[in-house]
Design a protein around this ligand. Structure first.
Ligand SMILES: NC(=O)c1ccc[n+]([C@@H]2O[C@H](COP(=O)([O-])OP(=O)(O)OC[C@H]3O[C@@H](n4cnc5c(N)ncnc54)[C@H](OP(=O)(O)O)[C@@H]3O)[C@@H](O)[C@H]2O)c1
Length: 306
């Protein structure tokens, strides 16, 4: 059984800390806010919007929040893919809404927040995770259209969705979690507009955190290194090359492996919890297996200990 802390925190408009301590009940997907039989939205329980949740990181984040009793709205363009990704969850509960929207448009962003709120009734957490990149985009060959394409989905959507969420998050003392990238903090060749868009997401995170702190809204970002998803394949690598890339890049991360969507989801749960992260705002959390600790040390230094 879930303890009273869940309900207490719900009443206070806060989040669910006990689940973060590995509660077996939460892990089994049983929460006080689930209502498997009622076909109408109950508007009970904290609400979370997760963008970019038809594949990869977003799907795992959504499922982890659902397991902990949140009511969840997942957003992406491909509705059929979302229905497939959450077939089990949609059959077993009315706590999940799939919302097909193109978040690279202003219309998609404003409809996303208003329709999600109709379903959720309240907003406690906004996870701005939708994003994309195109390999081979350098300063010399990036067209104006390609620049806009990157900025619209990776940056402008984060701005518009956060802006539209402010009154709802102020009402719950909620939080925003932006999924940025290590590419925000280090340049990678031929990924110029992607790197720049993510660097701007980091600064947007800090600006929003400062401005919204007095309303009780916390804003943080997570900056992953390589995570196994569809991202690289879609960016132009192709399926086989992406699989090889994941194998090869394990050694580029000092921890010895690439990341999983669950690594990122666990951090989202931590940041969403007021009890665990209530004093944390405006931070960009590198989740990179030590990747950005590395630099080319040169042979002499590398071999010095041998
Ligand atoms: N994988 C990595 O190594 C890595 C590393 C650092 C940061 N990230 C960041 O992590 C986030 C999630 O990416 P992922 O790795 O999980 O890749 P993914 O599997 O390709 O997921 C990207 C998600 O974004 C959605 N999306 C893309 N364009 C959209 C649009 N115009 N409107 C609405 N949704 C859109 C996609 O859904 P639809 O196509 O159905 O719209 C999909 O659900 C991204 O912000 C990415 O930049 C990933």
């Amino acid at each position: 059984m879930l303890d009273k802390a869940h309900n207490r925190l719900f009443v206070l408009g806060r989040h669910l800390p006990t689940s973060l301590h590995g509660s077996k009940t939460a892990a089994a997907g049983v929460g006080p806010f689930r209502n498997a039989t009622n076909s109408k939205p109950s508007h009970e329980g904290p609400g979370v919007i997760i963008t970019g949740a038809s594949s990869g990181i977003g799907v795992t984040v959504a499922k982890e929040f659902l397991k902990r009793g949140y009511r969840v709205c997942v957003v992406a363009r491909d509705e059929a893919k979302m229905k497939q990704a959450y077939a089990t969850e949609l059959a077993g509960s009315n706590n999940l809404l799939t919302l097909p929207k193109d978040l690279a448009t202003g219309k998609g962003c404003s409809e996303c927040i208003s329709e999600a709120l109709d379903f959720l009734g309240r907003l406690d957490v906004l996870v701005n995770n939708a994003g994309a990149g195109k390999l081979g985009s350098s300063i010399e060959n990036t067209s104006s259209e390609d620049w806009d394409w990157h900025i619209d989905i990776n940056l402008k959507s984060v701005f518009l969705l956060t802006q539209a969420s402010v009154p709802h998050l102020a009402a719950t003392k909620g939080c925003v979690i932006n999924v940025s990238s290590i590419a925000a903090q280090r340049p990678f060749p031929n990924l110029l507009p992607y790197c720049v868009s993510k660097a701007a997401v980091d600064q947007l995170t800090r600006c929003c955190a400062l401005e919204l702190a007095s309303k009780g809204i916390r804003v943080n970002a997570i900056n992953p290194a390589t995570v196994v998803t569809e991202f690289h394949e879609k960016a132009g690598m192709g399926k086989e090359a992406a699989a090889e890339f994941y194998q090869e890049s394990a050694s580029a991360h000092p921890i010895g492996r690439v990341g999983t969507p669950l690594d990122i989801a666990n951090m989202c749960l931590f940041l969403a919890s007021t009890d665990n992260a209530g004093w944390i705002t405006g931070q960009t959390w590198l989740m990179d297996g030590g990747r950005l600790l590395t630099c080319q040390a040169g042979k002499a230094l590398s071999q010095a200990a041998n």
